[in-house]
Each structure stands twice: as structure tokens, then as C-alpha cells.
Design a protein. Structure first.
Length: 60
């Protein structure tokens, strides 16, 4: 498990949520879409780290 990768994923998720809310408040669909994309990227990173952890557990 790479704690740095998890921290980056959490930061990306927060950034995406903030950008999505800003897009909603300002009515900017591009910001909203980019925010959702960042959240999806963060989820992929979390999933990848979870898979790494499971593989490591099965090897140990």
C-alpha cells in the first residue's frame, strides 16, 4: 500500500468535489463535468491501491 498514492487520490477527490460544487453554483457545466471526472479518477486510484493490497496479502 502506498500511502502517498492514497493521499493523492483523496486530494484529487476533494478537488473534484469542490470543482463540481463551483460548477453547480456558477452554472458552469464544464467545471461540473471536470469535477466529476476528477472524482472518477480518484476512485480508480483507490481501486488500484485496493487491488495492490489484496495481491500483496495473497502473496504474503
Amino acid at each position: 500500500m502506498s500511502i502517498e498514492n492514497r493521499v493523492e487520490a483523496v486530494a484529487k477527490n476533494i478537488e473534484g468535489k469542490v470543482q463540481e460544487v463551483i460548477g453547480e453554483v456558477t452554472g458552469n457545466p464544464n467545471d461540473k463535468a471536470e469535477g466529476k471526472a476528477k472524482q472518477a479518477e480518484a476512485q480508480v486510484r483507490h481501486t488500484a491501491e485496493n487491488i495492490k493490497d489484496e495481491v500483496k496479502k495473497s502473496i504474503d
